[in-house]
Design a binder for this molecule. Structure first.
Ligand SMILES: [Zn+2]
Ligand SMILES: [Zn+2]
Length: 252
């Protein structure tokens, strides 16, 4: 079976340039404009853009887009991830990828909470069996990165999702000890090593059914290492909800 590998990440420089352009574009939008198409909208995304997200079959374990229904993608068929399931609202691809630069660099936690609400609605519709989680928690930033950025976009997404589903939310269940290079700047082969030992989970996770929230999943290494830390602390079950999932590279 052909293993479906995630697309190679953009080079760090082009990722930074795209982030800068996305942030600039967002800053130039007039008030009351859709963040993607700039048409007037009372919500951050107009209803047309909300409806345009691609309807996809996804791997139930890692949320990778599939060409049809299946029990697992090629990667998960070879080796199951530590988390028990994953959900994605849309693809990490144009135009949706612009939302991530706005989340990370746009200093707009309200946008993240609103997108978290959309992710919660998606979860309710597409994974009804996941309810209820004992805790919703974000993939944490290290203290240094949190200080520099001012907020953790994953925490704001988690708060919006938790409020939509009326589930409890706690950012103290999982901490990030150290500040390696940002995963998005590294080649896929170095991402697992960059995260080894990075997370430490609270004993509060013991026996709990957890929903881990992040903005993007590309290689899945971040969710994998975070889920392993939670399971080592005794979590009963970890599932993952991400706003955007990087599609697989086309087979060569
Ligand atoms: Zn729009
Ligand atoms: Zn998979």
């Amino acid at each position: 079976m052909h293993a479906q590998l995630p697309a190679a990440p953009p080079k760090a420089t082009s990722a930074r340039l795209r982030a800068l352009l996305g942030t600039l574009a967002a800053a130039l939008l007039p008030d009351g404009a859709c963040r993607l198409c700039a048409l007037p909208s009372r919500a951050p995304l107009c209803s047309a853009c909300q409806c345009e997200r691609p309807a996809r079959w996804r791997c139930p374990r890692c949320a990778l887009a599939l060409s049809g229904p299946g029990a697992a993608c090629g990667s998960c068929a070879l080796r199951l991830p530590a988390f028990a399931g994953a959900l994605a609202w849309s693809d990490y691809a144009p135009p949706w990828d612009r939302l991530v630069s706005q989340l990370k660099f746009g200093d707009d936690p309200a946008l993240a909470r609103w997108l978290g609400m959309l992710l919660g609605q998606c979860l309710r519709a597409e994974r009804p069996g996941w309810a209820p989680a004992r805790w919703v928690l974000p993939v944490p930033l290290s203290p240094g990165r949190l200080r520099r950025r001012g907020y953790n976009q994953a925490w704001e997404l988690a708060r919006g999702l938790a409020r939509e589903l009326d589930w409890p939310c706690d950012c103290r269940l999982l901490l990030r000890r150290r500040d390696g290079p940002a995963q998005s700047t590294l080649p896929l082969a170095r991402r697992a090593a960059n995260l080894r030992g990075a997370f430490v989970a609270s004993p509060l996770a013991r026996g709990a059914r957890l929903l881990l929230v992040d903005d993007v999943m590309t290689s899945g290494h971040t969710a994998e290492q975070a889920a392993r830390a939670l399971l080592r602390a005794g979590a009963g079950d970890v599932r993952v909800a991400v706003l955007l999932r990087t599609p697989a590279a086309a087979p060569r």
